[in-house]
Design a protein around this ligand. Structure first.
Ligand code: FA5
Ligand code: MG
Length: 423
């Protein structure tokens, strides 16, 4: 956790922070909160009877000839998370409002792609990597500042032999999919807005994108086939053109579930920069990154993303290693809405600062937080905002007194930390 040592330069900010057993100096970039620090090292995805662990093993057994990595430290340099992957200097993801920084030199990875260069550099040619990732974001039933991703990649030699291997694999996968109850809405393998980089010949790139699509469609079938709807209803998968700085062409994959399209993953052909930094400039690769919670919430019918962090046996005891089962809600305790209105400080305040403060002060007792009103006074030019916080425990009924006490803490901290003027 964060240790307050009292610095004369930055009163109130601890001078060091201890994360995963190591002491890190803090500085003007530090924005990691104790609520986040506490999540490091939980390794939910390694617990065999946790839904995230069950899902990880399912995907690893589907890609059974891939090397499965886990346990890479979440603390990385901004260079690994952004620069090495070609993120421009002004990319919004780098902002303090979007990412957690420990100090100027280190941050919490925002995606598993942060490890692409080092895993390619080890010489792994088919690999998976699972880990916790961290993003400052809104608070609701599908967003949590810590979630889990799995990265996967497959490297090919851009030689005639490499491409023959690719074609054989494409033929095998196509045959398997042709016999399955799956409907795919496809996009072109490339387009003027989703171009093939010059290191790839057009012909090789087309075959690699096909391999990527076939590999991921067959994963979607393994995960969702038979569970998407009734037995007669096919699984519907939709491919969409996307953009990532480290792949091109790039795509997103969505699955139709309970009447909605759900974004499952991003993927594409790996850009030259990554391959060069990894010392494999003569090879080509595809890569994907998928969100484990998104998939697990569907497969296990888990209604709220906070549940993954529950230590309540009524949650944990429902799951069996190796098995997808339907979660039965043991509680829907009454919600309790409370509003807070305030004038912003002159320097303004980011929504994510408010959300993070709520998580920090009341932990998982906040179910969602919404900005419900905002205006600027025409004469004074001061801005007012009103946030509605929905307090609800997943484990017990919260009394109105308890909710009031939580809300009072939030208001006090908003005033003390951000200098807002409560209305
Ligand atoms: C990425 O993170 C890229 N690194 C993915 C990638 C890897 C692209 C390799 C190309 C090659 P994105 O931010 O879209 O992309 O996140 C990927 C997936 O993580 C999403 O499709 C979604 O399933 C999941 N995800 C993203 N944000 C959240 C969130 N706040 N909560 C839960 N899951 C999320
Ligand atoms: Mg996305």
């Amino acid at each position: 956790g964060l240790r307050r040592c009292g610095s004369a330069l930055a009163p109130g900010r601890p001078t060091t922070t201890n994360l995963l057993g190591k002491e890190y100096p803090t500085d003007d970039k530090t924005n990691i909160t104790p609520a986040i620090a506490e999540k490091l090292g939980r390794k939910l995805y390694l617990q065999p009877s946790h839904p995230l662990g069950i899902l990880r093993e399912l995907i690893e057994s589907h890609f059974n000839n891939f090397t499965a990595h886990s346990g890479f430290s979440p603390i990385v340099t901004p260079a690994k998370n952004f620069d090495d992957l070609g993120f421009p200097a002004d990319h919004p993801g780098r902002a303090l409002s979007d990412s957690y920084y420990i100090n100027n030199e280190s941050m919490l990875r925002t995606h598993t792609s942060a490890h692409e260069v080092e895993v390619f550099a080890r010489g792994d040619r088919r690999w998976l990597l699972t880990s916790d990732v961290y993003r400052r974001d809104e608070i609701d039933s599908t967003h949590y500042p810590v979630f889990h991703q799995m990265e996967g990649a497959r490297v090919f030699r851009s030689t005639p032999e490499g491409m023959t291997e690719l074609e054989q694999d494409n033929a095998r996968l196509s045959e398997h999919l042709a016999q399955s109850n799956i409907v795919i809405e496809d996009v072109p393998h490339s387009s003027p807005t989703n171009p093939i980089p010059s290191i790839y010949s057009n012909h090789d790139a087309e075959r690699m994108v096909l391999n990527l699509k076939l590999s991921l469609n067959s994963l979607m079938l393994a995960l969702f086939g038979g569970r998407a709807g009734s037995a007669e209803e096919p699984l519907r998968v939709r491919w969409i053109e996307a953009y990532f700085p480290f792949t091109s062409p790039s795509f997103e994959v969505e699955v139709f579930f309970h009447g909605k399209w759900i974004e499952i993953l991003g993927c594409g052909l790996v850009q030259q920069r990554t391959l060069q930094l990894a010392n494999i400039p003569h090879d080509v690769s595809w890569a994907f990154g998928l969100g484990l919670e998104r998939i697990a919430m569907i497969l296990f019918a888990i209604p709220d993303i906070r549940l993954f962090w529950s230590t309540d046996s009524r949650f944990l005891d429902q799951f069996t290693p190796g098995k997808i089962s339907t979660f039965k809600s043991y509680s829907k305790y009454p919600p309790c809405h409370k509003d807070v209105s305030f004038w912003l400080p002159s320097e303004g305040l980011h929504d994510n600062d408010v959300f993070d403060l709520v998580r920090d002060v009341v932990g998982d007792l906040a179910e969602d937080v919404k900005m419900i009103d905002g205006f600027t006074h025409p004469k004074t030019q001061r801005t007012s905002r009103c946030y509605r916080i929905n307090y609800r425990s997943m484990d017990k009924s919260l009394s109105n007194d308890e909710a009031n006490a939580l809300h009072t803490d939030v208001i006090t901290q908003l005033r003390d930390r951000f200098g807002v003027e409560i209305r």
